[in-house]
Write a protein that binds this ligand. Sequence first.
Ligand SMILES: [Zn+2]
Length: 322
Amino acid sequence: MSTLCWLCNQETLSKSVQLRSKKEALIQYCGSCHFEFFSHENKSLLIGDQLDKTRLQSAGLDIPKQEKDFENGYKQSQSYIQEYLTKEDIGKNILEIGCSWGYFLKAVREFGAVPYGVEINPVRASYVAENLNIRCEADIEKYHSSAIKFKKIFSFYCLEYIKNPIDFFKRLFDLLEDGGEMIFITPNLDDVLKDIWKNKGYQDFFYDECAIAYYSSQAVKSLVHVLKKEHDDLKETIYTQQGYSFYNHLHWYFNQKPINNNSLVGGDHLSEDLRQVFGAKKDKISLELVKIIDDFDVQYRKVIEGNDLGNQIIMRIQKNDL
Ligand SMILES: [Zn+2]
């Protein structure tokens, strides 16, 4: 029996990959979209609080305590706010899909917009509702039935958990107000560490049981292409960003495993850490070394992003103001 591509509906091929938990699994591959996905169900894993177990623990990484997790997420959210919210968003409804403990939504409220969340994990969803006093639903249908519209809909590292993405986006699109925008970040299937370095440790770490959809830039374009058949009024911007530094990749090269307790999702602070080692002294040699370290990393990321190989894919889809 053949499995059809979730994006373009053509027949896919299957191949065996190793999961982060060391299990083997069959993944479907669409050559025309350059998209990979698992047909298995992941919902019970996500609802049952198993995500961090498969994502972190099975790879030998520590699961951060709730407070630490919140603190890290909140810190990272500040850069998202700076990058993606403008003064036009003040007072407007903002929705986050997969809001976890609600750290981004807290930052959204502090910015002056009105936050709403969707979170499938019931422990986290009730934390957001009760401790942060922010409306949080288990799925988007609840928002459909209350006829609310959003100026912006965000999702950071969540698209990879969603089955039937076309239906999902069609439903989301109806929740956007005219002129509204969806901003999604998802890991890139075309990852430089996996495909160019061909780092074996990373190749065996890349696929996670809970994450069932793996997009390349081409796959995201294919997704938008399908959505445009029904909504020719949408405008998209798709690009990749390299969040991890060259120094993170060197760590992989020498150790074949991730850095434990890295506080950033999809990136690291190693360049800044190295700058601290040398930069604190402000003497001529130290400053020259800092410059080399910085310049090299900047050039490294530029080449990667210039070839659509950055580890994050950023997808912005705007609904035209009619
Ligand atoms: Zn396809």
